[in-house]
Design a protein around this ligand. Structure first.
Ligand SMILES: Nc1ncnc2c1ncn2[C@@H]1O[C@H](COP(=O)(O)OP(=O)(O)OP(=O)(O)O)[C@@H](O)[C@H]1O
Ligand SMILES: [Mg+2]
Length: 491
């Protein structure tokens, strides 16, 4: 709480009256803070006037005190090792937290501070959500309010005989249409047993985990990458995003052990790994090529599409499309993954949901207008056109591995492998793509095989320097659907 110390200073005012200066100091949790200083000028010297002025002053002082109460830093009880030297307390601009968790049969109680920036999403911050049967968390907002001892509730966890897919289907269709409720996400995440590491990317590691007899993929972000974790979880939970060609999101969870926070993103597991892994390992038949290309276009068309209405979805641009960010499912179709850099369009106000930075994504796959910074970032469609350019590069990677067009079979290569070094700089890419206007080579012999001819034509129309002239994902999807009917392919 706070104490107020006031003092009065009286003096002569020039023309016809007197002045009285009232000053105050707040003492808040041992810290001195200057309060209100007000000269009360009195033309007449009657006591009623002094009292009236003092009343105004006291009112202002109370208002200021209320304001101080509202914005001063909060003190909380703290049981983490770092707080021991600080008198087992911590100071925060956010909330006090008390948690009790049941991990491996042991009950662990932690009291700590939670910074304001972690109170996201507003109203139901991830960090303040309990997971039934596993963790009970209480966030509160007054000094030392986290002194209580919580018990882990033993409410039932999701029924044992339901599969994850059943659960996601039931709960997401009855709820917001965007996935599991947050407390279920946490329950699922905390009962996953990690098995083996399957990959490493810019933001952390990807593991295969087991949940009730099934495989799941767990992307683990370091606490430094909290923003990326949050953004990716946020995008995956966009209403109505779920689609067979977009990686199925299961859960986001943040485990705070008092010393560091481990951030998890749980999704469907695909044993073939990424399209990059798949094409390195296998060649594809014409049918295989069309299935991969058509399913990738379907996923991208769904991502790009705005669906109007209460059960609608905003248009989303991926901004980091590449063969490493597309997974190959058991049925050899694609699932687009890694939505951490995506942007969403609010068509009502024609705005983009985050301030888009100029050049994100992977340099090798950047469209010419991204490389030379001429992209119009106020226009959402520009981002979709940049995705289409990258899709064309992915198609080139797939088509090179097609073995039905004849005996000529090319090895796997990244786009521009023959024109830039590995890990090229923006400048190296810009010279090739913008100045020399070069694109990956489309061999002449592709013209002799209908499927490869169509693929080559699509690629060229994805690679125009003018983004607006490129095909749309929906157009590509239609062209490839026709091709699949023509080639008698069941998709
Ligand atoms: N859901 C999944 N199922 C199976 N394997 C996966 C899954 N998600 C990721 N992987 C594997 O883990 C690897 C690492 O993925 P991650 O997205 O972290 O990095 P990346 O895409 O390789 O690189 P970048 O950081 O540039 O995106 C992938 O290349 C893929 O092989
Ligand atoms: Mg990736």
């Amino acid at each position: 709480m706070f104490t107020v110390i006031c003092c009065l200073l009286a003096g002569e005012a020039g023309v016809s009256g007197r002045f009285l200066t009232v000053a105050s100091v707040f003492v808040i949790n041992g810290h001195l803070s200057p309060g209100l200083t007000l000269p009360l000028f009195m033309r007449c010297s009657g006591t009623s006037s002094i009292m009236a002025n003092l009343r105004i002053y006291v009112t202002l002082l109370v208002l200021q005190a209320v304001q101080f109460e509202a914005c001063h830093a909060l003190w909380c009880n703290c049981s983490t090792p770092q707080c021991l030297q600080e008198g087992s307390r911590c100071e925060t601009d956010g909330a006090c937290v008390a948690s009790s968790s049941l991990l491996d049969g042991q009950e662990q109680r932690v009291r700590s501070c939670l910074a304001k920036e972690k109170l996201v999403p507003p109203g139901q911050p991830f960090f303040c959500l309990s997971a039934e049967g596993l963790m009970h968390i209480h966030c509160c907002y007054t000094d030392y309010c986290n002194s209580m001892d919580l018990k882990v509730s033993t409410a039932p966890v999701p029924a044992k005989d339901r599969t994850l897919q059943d659960l996601i289907y039931d709960l997401s269709t009855s709820g917001s249409g965007s996935g599991l409720p947050l407390f279920v996400q946490r329950t699922v995440a905390r009962t996953i047993v990690l098995q083996e590491i399957i990959g490493k990317g810019r933001f952390g590691e990807v593991w295969r985990g087991r949940w009730r007899g099934g495989d799941v993929a767990v992307k683990i972000f370091s606490s430094r990458e909290e923003r990326s974790w949050f953004r990716e979880a946020e995008i995956y939970q966009t209403i109505m995003l779920r689609h067979e060609n977009i990686l199925g999101f299961i859960a986001a969870d943040n485990k705070d052990n008092g010393t560091w926070t481990q951030l998890w993103l749980v999704s469907d597991y695909h044993e073939h790994g990424s399209l990059f892994d798949y094409l390195n390992r296998y060649s594809v038949t014409t049918e295989g090529m069309i299935k991969l290309a058509l399913s990738a276009a379907s996923g991208l068309a769904h991502l790009h599409m705005e669906i109007l209405g209460t059960q609608g979805k905003p248009g989303i641009a991926h901004r980091d499309l590449k063969s490493k960010n597309i997974l190959v499912k058991k049925n050899c179709t694609c699932a687009i993954a890694d939505l951490g850099l995506a942007v969403r369009h609010d068509s009502a106000s024609d705005t983009i949901d985050i301030a888009p930075n100029q050049r994100v994504g992977t340099k090798r796959y950047m469209a010419p207008e991204v490389l030379d910074e001429t992209i119009n970032m106020r226009h959402f469609d520009s981002f979709k056109c940049a995705d289409i350019y990258a899709l064309g590069l992915v198609y080139w990677e797939i088509a090179r591995r097609c073995n039905n067009g004849g005996t000529i079979l090319e090895d796997y290569q990244l786009p521009y492998f023959d024109l830039v070094p590995s890990d090229p700089s923006i400048e190296e890419m810009r010279k090739v793509v913008c100045d020399q206007k070069l694109r990956p080579n489309i061999p002449n012999w592709w013209q002799s095989y209908e499927a490869l001819r169509v693929m080559g034509k699509i690629m060229r129309e994805c690679w125009y320097s003018n983004g607006a002239a490129r095909l749309t994902a929906l157009r590509i999807k239609k062209t490839l659907s026709q091709l699949s009917i023509q080639e008698d392919i069941k998709v």
